[in-house]
Ligand binder design. Structure first.
Ligand code: UDP
Ligand code: MG
Length: 318
């Protein structure tokens, strides 16, 4: 068939996985009756990844690549890739073979049936710690409760998107990107396929708990204003309790007189409420900081090289 499908892969320091990844992908795509573009986005790798991609490109014209000017992070790398792929559909997958290319035929089958977002859901995750599994389990459930967007559980970015889903994602120009949320937010027809998530093939995960926490805050703040609401509600409740207590103190004073006492309780009350105030200021700050960043309206990324098939975009290499 004439239709072109792009396989979009963000790459950051993946020199050890790229050759194997390429081999596994073409083993699958060679047996499928579509044209394929394997599109690497080099997200400022500091190792040999870019050279490996360029070498692969020399032997295989179905490889395209976009080389970003620095490391922007996976979310922006995906946004950049989506802007430059040539395909009628895109399959997004990680470079570390945690997302098995063997799932591609099944995804395409559902795409042919008319689904716009065929997402891969993990039945299990290998090579990840108990703590990571638990934290991610609870994070998704909390996020689902907080936001009105129905975010798929146990699902990563590994998925196939149709043309109109791609066009929808392209329109989202936010700096703070929680891409997984966008996939749900755009809507359209969704279909789930199940798979076993393998351990990373080689190299190390770029995520640590601090980064995951950042992504979690990104997810919550870009899809929910509930934390602001919660801080308002806590404010009201504490004010109400304080008011009742004040009336009690005044009456006690008038009826019984009151020698000075209670330094300890006074200090604890002051400290406690200071703490609550700081937390709610912090929550406001998280949102305000995002408003600040968005309002600058900077471009999402800059490009160093591009070598691909998209019409109207010139190939340039530095
Ligand atoms: N990645 C990227 N930019 C970054 C960090 C990661 O493009 O700053 C890519 C990475 O090369 C891989 C994918 O994003 O293809 C997922 O990264 P990783 O495997 O480290 O994440 P995990 O699977 O542990 O969530
Ligand atoms: Mg990984």
């Amino acid at each position: 068939m004439d239709k072109l499908i792009s396989i979009l892969i963000p790459v950051y320091n993946e020199e050890d996985t790229l050759p194997m990844l390429y081999n596994r992908i073409i083993k699958i795509t060679n047996n499928i009756d579509y044209k394929f573009e394997i599109f690497f986005v080099n997200d400022g790798s500091k190792d040999n990844s870019l050279n490996i991609i360029k070498e692969l490109r020399k032997t295989d014209a179905d490889i395209s690549y976009l080389n970003l000017s620095r490391n922007y992070g996976k979310e922006i790398a995906l946004a950049a890739g989506i802007d430059f792929i040539a395909g009628e559909a895109v399959i997004i997958m990680d470079a570390d073979l945690q997302d098995p290319p063997e799932l591609i035929p099944e995804m395409i089958k559902y795409w042919e049936e008319g689904f716009d977002d065929v997402y891969a859901r993990r039945k299990s995750r290998k090579g990840e710690s108990w703590l990571k599994k638990k934290t991610s389990y609870y994070f998704y459930r909390i996020l689902k409760k907080l936001s009105k967007v129905d975010i798929q559980e146990d699902t990563g970015d590994f998925r196939l998107l149709s043309k109109r889903a791609i066009e929808a994602i392209k329109k989202i120009k936010e700096q703070h990107r929680y891409t997984k949320g966008f996939f749900s937010w755009i809507g359209f027809n969704k279909k789930e396929v199940l798979f076993e998530r393998e351990a990373r093939f080689a190299g190390k995960s770029k995520w640590n708990y601090l980064k995951l926490l950042e992504l979690a805050i990104e997810g919550i703040t870009s899809f929910s204003a509930v934390p602001l609401r919660v801080s308002t509600v806590i404010g009201f409740i504490t004010a109400l309790v304080a008011f009742i207590y004040m009336i009690f103190i005044i009456i006690k004073k008038i009826m019984f007189g009151d020698p000075v006492a209670g330094y300890a309780s006074l200090v604890s009350v002051v400290l406690f409420f200071n703490g609550i105030q700081m937390i709610s200021l912090g929550i406001q700050g998280e949102y305000l900081g995002r408003v600040f960043n968005e309002s600058k309206n900077r471009p999402l990324y800059f490009i160093e090289d591009f070598n691909g098939q998209k019409d109207g975009f010139e190939v340039f290499e530095n």
